[in-house]
Design a protein around this ligand. Structure first.
Ligand code: AMP
Ligand code: PCX
Ligand code: MG
Length: 508
């Protein structure tokens, strides 16, 4: 049996009539109709299931006793949840439904998972993200309907028949720039939408279910090291779920630590590294792969082809920040080249945020902790963890460092445990020292945009198109915005965008 999630994305309309919503979603996989009647309303739309999940994909919808649940993604600690709710539910949507019937919306304070969820209950539409909004969730309200999707592009254009489009504030959400009336549900938030006698569009109430820790823990270094090793090990094991995962390996400490933990459970683990003719980290990844005995592959993407991934990266991440796109694009390029059927992918992405890994050169612990606090309060909306990044190729990814329990610990450790003995990410390095080759745990960090050469490939292409060197950064911003306007706001399929044309346009 496949242990991939039942759904990796959905778009649905809730109203009094059964008018399905066109499934403009970038996630690839079998499309399934989602239909339910609950609490006097009709829910209809489409879910996307990972390839090979077959009929099990229908498990993304659960209906019982006037309550309907749509769940994209997965829950962790299922056994504990099932025991608490005294249920023998078999799909995650059924489990969530049973837990919702026990705890109400407060259930989302309990869950550790990678999901976006919609609950339709008496007079209420409940929209919930996980702590990291790792599965983005968008909503558009009108006088007659509530439309909900895991991708903005499905709702970017207002419905033709809408009389009132909810342009105002919607508690628990933030407006999506460029698409009036479209909102994104905040990370770690439940937005409860209710109809009132006076308002024409539903009124929302927000419940926060997670916030990044703002206090820091003093811990004996040995205890901190053991705690990190232990929580990360649990997060990796809960994500294996019987399916041999594919680990995207750079050879840096973050992904190598995961490779070591996976290898302790499953041999041989599958690892894959990507590079270009401009840059790669193949040697570093190979050292880890051979030390652990993984089944390792290398993939070289020609520099020009890498740049042609831009529309796919923007369509998947639904953002226009060029720096973040430089981090995400190499992964999208890699995922799109992994043969099917759908795979379960693990990545070390995100470890640098709570550990301050991107900032190894900052002088003081005070500054390091400020940067960590700032990064933890600005990640929401960057969609760095979106399942669509791998979903465009039908795969399902997850991020053990952003497991809620791992993240809570990593953020909260005092910065002297993160910067120690002249090493960045010390506590993680120390936790893995005996499992990895010496060169790996001592290796200095290289960002994926550097390791793949993408940062310089993009700059070089713009310079070759005639962009003056001092305007390259702003040309990247303009290009990213244009791509966003076409593949997200206008819904142009990524494969119909000509990147070479866009590059040329930058000269003018
Ligand atoms: P980074 O923190 O920049 O090294 O990248 C974030 C994550 O992306 C890593 O933890 C790896 O899981 C993955 N990654 C980065 N670079 C590569 C690469 N060249 N090949 C495969 N995976 C990579
Ligand atoms: N990363 C980081 C995250 C990049 C910064 N994101 C943020 N501040 N929200 C990571 O893997 O943790 C690299 C390349 O390093 C991407
Ligand atoms: Mg990293």
């Amino acid at each position: 049996m496949s242990t991939l999630p039942s759904l990796i994305g959905f778009c649905v309309r809730i109203g009094t009539e059964d008018i399905p919503l066109a499934a403009h979603l970038a996630v690839a996989g079998p499309r399934l109709p989602l239909q339910a009647r609950a609490a006097g309303t009709v829910l209809s739309g489409t879910g996307v299931s990972p390839q090979g999940n077959g009929a099990e994909g229908r498990g993304g919808l659960a209906v019982d006793d006037g309550v309907a649940v749509v769940l994209a993604g997965e829950l962790y600690h299922r056994d504990a949840l099932a025991a608490a709710a005294a249920t023998s539910a078999c799909t995650d949507a059924e489990l969530l439904l049973a837990c919702y019937q026990c705890y109400g919306p407060a259930v989302f304070r309990i869950l550790n998972g990678r999901f976006a969820a919609l609950v339709l209950a008496a007079g209420q539409v409940v929209l919930a993200t996980d702590h990291a909004s790792s599965v983005p969730l968008y909503v558009r309200t009108t006088d007659r309907t509530v439309e909900v999707s895991t991708e903005a592009k499905a709702l970017a254009r207002p419905p033709d028949n809408a009389v009132v489009d909810g342009h105002g504030d919607l508690a628990g959400t933030v407006p999506v720039a460029g698409s009036p009336g479209l909102h994104r549900v905040r990370a770690g938030t439940v937005a409860l939408l209710e109809r009132s006698a006076t308002a024409r569009i539903p009124v929302a109430r927000a419940v926060r279910t997670w916030t990044p820790p703002v206090s820091r823990i003093m811990m004996e270094p040995d205890r901190a090291v053991a705690a990190v090793a232990d929580r990360l090990d649990i997060a990796v094991r809960t994500r294996l779920a019987g399916e041999a995962p594919t680990l995207v390996l750079s050879g840096g400490i973050d992904s190598s630590a995961l490779a070591a933990l996976v290898s302790a459970v499953q041999t041989p683990a599958r690892t894959v590294s990507m590079g270009t003719e401009v840059a790669d980290e193949f040697e570093a990844a190979r050292a880890v792969a051979s030390h652990l005995g993984t089944e390792h592959t290398e993939l070289t993407v020609p520099a020009r082809d890498l740049l042609r991934e831009l529309p796919f990266a923007v369509a998947a991440a639904e953002i226009h920040d060029p720096d973040v796109l430089e981090y995400l694009l190499p992964l999208v390029a890699l995922y799109r080249r992994l043969p099917g059927p759908s795979r379960r992918i693990l990545t070390g992405y995100g470890a640098d945020i709570p550990l301050g890994g991107m900032h190894r050169t900052v002088a003081s612990l005070a500054e390091l902790d400020e940067i960590i606090a700032d990064d933890m309060s600005t990640f929401d909306g960057l969609n760095e963890f979106s399942p669509v990044l791998s979903g465009v190729a039908g795969h399902w990814s997850s991020h053990p460092y952003w497991d809620r329990d791992v993240l809570d610990l990593l953020v909260a450790l005092e910065p002297g445990l993160k910067r120690r003995d002249g090493l960045d990410k010390w506590v993680l390095r120390a936790a893995m020292a005996d499992r990895l080759p010496m060169q790996t745990w001592q290796r200095r960090k290289l960002g994926i945009h550097e390791g793949s050469g993408l940062n310089s490939i993009w700059s070089q292409a713009l310079r070759e198109a005639g962009v003056p060197p001092d305007t390259v950064a702003s040309a990247k911003r303009t290009m990213a915005r244009q791509l966003y306007a076409s593949v997200v706001l206008s819904g142009t399929p990524a494969d119909q965008v000509d990147v070479d044309m866009l590059l040329m346009r930058e000269v003018g």
